[in-house]
Design a protein around this ligand. Structure first.
Ligand SMILES: [Zn+2]
Length: 200
């Protein structure tokens, strides 16, 4: 079975569009969910570290916390956003050999393969790749840290990752529920995904 089509085949109809860049409702929802996940991760770490209103100052910035770690984590966050999109790109490229598009706005970073229509299997592989590649890394990372502040940063990264995958996971959810037909085609321009299904 092919991984993609260059043209939308005859008899396909548009079934759903997700536009993370101009659909205000989707943008709000994705931002809300990713924000809640990120805050949730940090709160869990905060509680696990036994931080309270009285002791957090001492524990986090008290004796000899390594301030340079903060710069490492800020660098890691920026690198992650880029690596996440590159991971989508590597899979799309490997499965289609077509031209990719990358972009970054304040609200969304994206990678797409705008000139073709990809089948379900291709789309699912590309959509889930960053989530599955980075989840084990970010889940193990906090347990390797010795300073509480570093554990908090790791929790923030974990939340940023899982929350940042909300769009990818939403598309995956649609594939698992609405679009189970392997012939379903997706046009992924990056910020916008359009599903096409064969007409009955
Ligand atoms: Zn993604």
């Amino acid at each position: 079975m092919k991984n993609y089509e260059l043209e939308l085949p005859q008899g396909y109809v548009e079934a759903k569009t997700i536009d993370a860049k101009s659909d205000k409702r989707i943008m709000f929802l994705f931002t809300l969910v990713s924000g809640l996940v990120t805050v949730g991760a940090v709160v869990v770490a905060w509680l696990c570290l036994g931080l309270t209103a009285n002791n957090w100052m001492d524990k986090l910035i008290g004796d000899g916390a390594s301030y340079w770690h903060n710069f490492v984590f800020i660098g890691a966050m920026i690198a992650y956003v880029i690596l996440h999109e590159l991971t989508h790109g590597v899979v799309y490229k490997a499965m289609t050999k077509q031209k990719l598009t990358f972009g970054l706005t304040l609200a969304v970073a994206y990678c797409g393969v705008p000139n073709i229509y990809v089948y379900r299997k291709t789309a699912l592989c590309a959509l889930l790749a960053p989530f599955l590649v980075f989840l084990p890394i970010f889940t193990v990372l906090p347990f390797l840290m010795t300073e509480p502040i570093d554990v908090l940063w790791c929790a923030l990264l974990w939340g940023m990752h899982v929350g940042g995958c909300v769009g990818d996971l939403y598309c995956t959810f649609l594939y698992l529920t609405k679009f189970r037909n392997p012939l379903t085609l997706l046009r992924d321009t990056g910020p916008k995904q359009t599903f096409y299904v064969p007409a009955e």
